[in-house]
Design a protein around this ligand. Sequence first.
Ligand SMILES: [Zn+2]
Length: 280
Amino acid sequence: MIEWVPSIIGQTFATVYGLVVGSFLAVCIVRMPQDRSLLVPSACPRCGAHVRWRDNVPVLSWLVLRGRCRDCGTPISPLYPMVEALGGTLGWLLYRRLMPTVDQIDGVHAAAWVVWFVFLGLLVVAAAVDVRHRIIPDQVSSYAIPIGILGAAALEWAGFDGWLAVGWRSSVLGTAAWGGLFATFAVLGKFVTRQEVLGWGDVKLAAMFGAFLGIFPGTFVTVLVGSLLGAVVGIVATLVARRRVWLPYGPPLAVAAAGWVLWGDVLISTFFPGLAAFSR
Ligand SMILES: [Zn+2]
């Protein structure tokens, strides 16, 4: 067979799957803060008409309907096509990361794609809900910790290697260490400044990062890069607004974590060459 055919099929499948999951992630972003069921079919918030299957095609349906309900013309949030497009892009980028050549196209790498795509999906929902509501739902932080640990253990058992191989020990230690460190900062910060410097949502998010990324160097680099990114954006926003602006900590952490998954080896060799020995 021509060598690039399996790769094109794989990339197409990863992108389409990412678009469809993106549709579900958008539903999570809207419904989780309202404690609404994720399983009820989508309906127009104004006229209550159920979304037909042909109007539920990611990105395309929104464009065809020009962002309006087919029945009553109520505007539909551009959040939906944006998150769907993001899902497709992340699915494709993750495929390119894990299966760059046909040699990696096998069950083990496909399983790794599934585990890491779950992680990227959690990041998208956590960051978007934090931006919109200043909270991080438990469903995408503390509840996802067992998935991270089981995923790391399953991939280790299946013989997945490469620099995203975390292993169950590093996963369990990472959950305890990073959750514990952030919890300490949250308690100390409140004690010293008498206001909330670090929310419990951020503590649970850090513990979830530890479960998926491992104790070191994954979560370490993510927290370092995410904190720097958050500080830079916060300072720029404060200068532009000419008053103290407090931005949520979740989004820069999520961006850094996605960056670690997709380009961690480049990050390490460029900015932290001393850490290269730690990443297998
Ligand atoms: Zn309607």
